[in-house]
Structure formats: structure tokens, C-alpha cells
Ligand binder design. Structure first.
Ligand code: DAH
Length: 385
């Protein structure tokens, strides 16, 4: 016969002693029958449920009904038995959880039914689909870089990389930037602090361009050399829509016998057509870099107005109505540079070029703010998937 709560017939100490003792015994008798989590939860709810739980009924039928003079005594006994029962329920619950855990660890579970058995009360449905992780998209800068590298790989170029923390020697001196030469100022260099005690050439800085990788490559390889060098570069530039203190470049270098400016023009014209479409034209505009002589800036015909300078009857904003967009620097390797890497300037010749990856990506994908590449906003990045 399961225990039921009945009204008390009297409030004498003897009646109360017996009623509360029966209550405890009933709880204990039922508790010892509990052997798994499902039974435990049913037992717990039968005794502790706010609505119609045994203890709630005891409060209503014994405590509320008690005459004023017996109320304190009944209240005290009620609180005692309540905390006694709550304590036992908690301990028993934890014990069962623990046993369940130990059971599932020590026993090998081999079938779905065994799983369901082991997970009684807290079932794990292993037939439900798992949590799907979205596949990331290649970052537009890396994507552009890989595309450009692919164009040069197809021409037989290999890939070389160099450190982002460079010495003055590789970033400047060996590239024919004399000390205190104004060309150094155009690089907005970020210097590593505390280098003053070293000789100038050993002082560390964040590389301002990928050109130092030309030097490192020529130091370890003899001609013929055909390499592209992708990587991150740093400049002390305030960020705005077209500038970022960190950006990426791809450097190119080809050194062999009898390499001419014609080879340079043909190579870059091909690369620009491969990147922007075969109708794009290139133009080589005189420029200056300390490590190339002669030097040139390469312009491509404007991809927005097809080189016309006007679009829909208005001046084209992308090329400032000129029909041309400046894209990269290049030139024939200055013979002075060969002197720093022990190449014989009377026997070899070569060309070099360097381009900004973000700038190419901006044009290719019509991005209007370079900062978007560095903010990591998924809404922007997922468009390149
Ligand atoms: N290093 C130059 C810069 O960042 C770009 C450059 C120009 C690289 C001409 C070259 C080159 O290799 O020949 O401003």
C-alpha cells in the first residue's frame, strides 16, 4: 500500500511523533526500491513536487490545519523532515548519476539499444544529424595571390618566401638604397626599437616591400632564376579606404643571360591579360626605383570604362578619366644589385617587378574599401566562397 497523507486526529506530542515517524519510514521504504534514474525521478517528484507532492500535502493537511497553539511544534517537525528528505534525494540523485557515468565508461556499449538503455532518462539519439560546420571561404587576398602565383607558375616560375622582420641590409642596402637616400623616406618604414647600438645594416625593421626576397633568393641560387615572392609587408601609413599599415605584395624576379626589357613587357602584358581579361592593354610609364634601371610603372587600360575615360557619358571615376590604371612597379635589375649577391653583372641581366595584392583584388572584385579585407566580417568574406 503506497503511503497516503491523511488528516491528523489530534495534535498531541504522541500523535505528532507517530505521524512524522511514519512519514520518514514511508519515504525510506520507497527510496530503497529506487534502482535507476527513471525511478529516482518519479520518486523525487512524488515526494517533492510543489503541486500535490507528499510534502506539500503534509504542509496543507497537517500544518495549515493545526490549531494556533500547536502550529510552532508542527512547523518545526515539518521543517526537519523536509530538509532530511531533500538531503537524501539529492545524495541519491548524485549517486545514481555517478553510477550511470561509471557504468557507461566501464561497460562497452555496442548496439543502439544498449545506448538507449545506458542513456535512460537522458536519451541520446545518435540517428539525429550532427552539427554541420560551415565550410570557410578562401580570403579574397589569398585567393588573388594564389591566382597571380598560378599565372607565373605556368610560366615556369617557382615560389620563394622571406622573413617579415628584415635587416636594413636586405630591405634597403643590397637593393641599392644608400644610407640617408631620400628614396628610403618613401617607404614609411616601421623600425624595431632598441637597435641603435648595431651597425646600420644589421638593424631590424618590418619589411616595407617583398623586394628583399630578391636578394635572399640570389644569395642562395645561381642564375637562371625565375621566382615570385608573395608576402605581407608593413608601412607606417594611417589606415583609410586605400591604405593599410599591413598589406601584401607579390615580387617577381627573372635573371638569366640576355634578358631584355622586351621580356619584361611580354611577361607582364601576359600576366595582366591572364588576371583581368584578354582585352586589357598595358602601358609602361617611366619611373624610379633604386634597384632597377630603367624603371617603369605598369598601367592597364581601365577595366571599368574599357580605357575610354568616360562611362555612361560621365568621366570615369576609377581611372580619373585617363583611361589607365596604375598597377605595379618594375624594371631591369640595376647592375649595382648584382654586386651585393656576387652575380657577374657583365654576364647576366634580368628584370623585377612588384605589385600590391589588395590593389589588384580591389579592382578585380570591385571592393571600395581596403579595410574590408582586414575586418573579418563574414558577410563580406562569404561572398568569395
Ligand atoms: N618594392 C617596390 C615598392 O614596394 C615595388 C617594386 C618596384 C618592386 C619595382 C620591384 C620593382 O621588384 O622592380 O614600392
Amino acid at each position: 500500500m503506497p503511503y497516503t497523507v491523511n488528516k491528523l486526529n489530534g495534535y498531541s506530542a504522541t500523535v505528532l511523533d507517530k505521524a512524522f515517524a511514519d512519514l520518514r519510514d514511508a519515504f525510506r521504504d520507497e527510496a530503497v526500491c529506487v534502482s535507476d534514474l527513471v525511478q529516482f525521478k518519479a520518486h523525487r517528484d512524488r515526494w517533492l513536487a510543489r503541486k500535490n507532492g507528499v510534502l506539500t500535502l503534509v504542509r496543507e493537511l497537517w500544518l495549515r490545519e493545526a490549531p494556533a497553539e500547536a502550529r510552532a511544534e508542527v512547523g518545526k517537525r515539518f521543517n526537519d523532515v523536509k530538509s532530511h528528505i531533500e538531503g537524501l534525494v539529492k545524495t541519491q540523485g548524485m549517486d545514481l548519476e555517478l553510477r550511470k557515468l561509471e557504468g557507461s565508461i566501464s561497460k562497452r556499449i555496442e548496439t543502439v539499444d544498449e545506448w538507449k538503455q545506458a542513456e535512460l532518462g537522458d536519451p541520446l539519439d545518435i540517428t539525429l544529424p550532427g552539427i554541420r560546420r560551415p565550410i570557410g571561404a578562401e580570403h579574397p587576398v589569398i585567393k588573388t595571390m594564389n591566382e597571380m602565383i598560378g599565372v607565373f607558375r605556368n610560366l615556369g616560375y617557382s615560389v620563394e618566401e622571406g622573413p617579415e622582420i628584415e635587416t636594413d641590409f636586405y630591405n634597403f642596402e643590397a637593393l641599392n638604397f644608400p644610407p640617408n637616400h631620400p628614396a628610403r623616406d618613401t617607404q614609411d618604414t616601421l623600425f624595431i626599437a632598441g637597435q641603435e647600438s648595431k651597425p646600420l645594416r644589421d638593424r631590424l625593421l618590418l619589411r616595407t616591400h617583398t623586394s628583399p626576397v630578391q636578394i635572399r633568393t640570389m644569395q642562395k641560387m645561381k642564375p637562371p632564376v625565375r621566382v615570385v615572392c608573395p608576402g605581407k609587408v608593413h608601412r607606417n601609413d594611417a589606415p583609410d579606404a586605400t591604405h593599410s599599415p599591413i598589406f601584401h605584395q607579390i615580387e617577381g624576379l627573372a635573371v638569366d643571360t640576355n634578358i631584355t626589357f622586351c621580356d619584361l613587357k611580354g611577361t607582364l602584358d601576359h600576366a595582366m591579360k591572364a588576371m583581368f581579361g584578354s582585352s586589357v592593354k598595358t602601358r609602361f610609364y617611366p619611373s624610379f626605383f633604386p634597384f632597377t634601371e630603367p624603371s617603369a610603372d605598369v598601367q592597364i587600360s581601365c577595366i571599368f570604362c574599357d580605357g575610354k575615360g568616360t562611362r555612361d557619358g560621365a568621366p570615369c571615376r576609377n581611372c580619373k578619366a585617363s583611361g589607365w590604371i596604375e598597377l605595379l612597379g618594375c624594371g631591369m635589375v640595376d647592375p649595382n644589385v648584382y654586386g651585393f649577391v656576387d652575380y657577374d653583372a657583365t654576364k647576366v641581366s634580368g628584370f623585377a617587378f612588384g605589385m600590391g595584392v589588395e590593389r589588384i583584388a580591389i579592382l578585380k572584385y570591385g571592393v571600395d574599401d581596403i579595410q574590408l579585407f582586414f575586418q573579418g566580417d563574414v558577410r563580406f568574406l562569404e561572398q568569395f566562397g
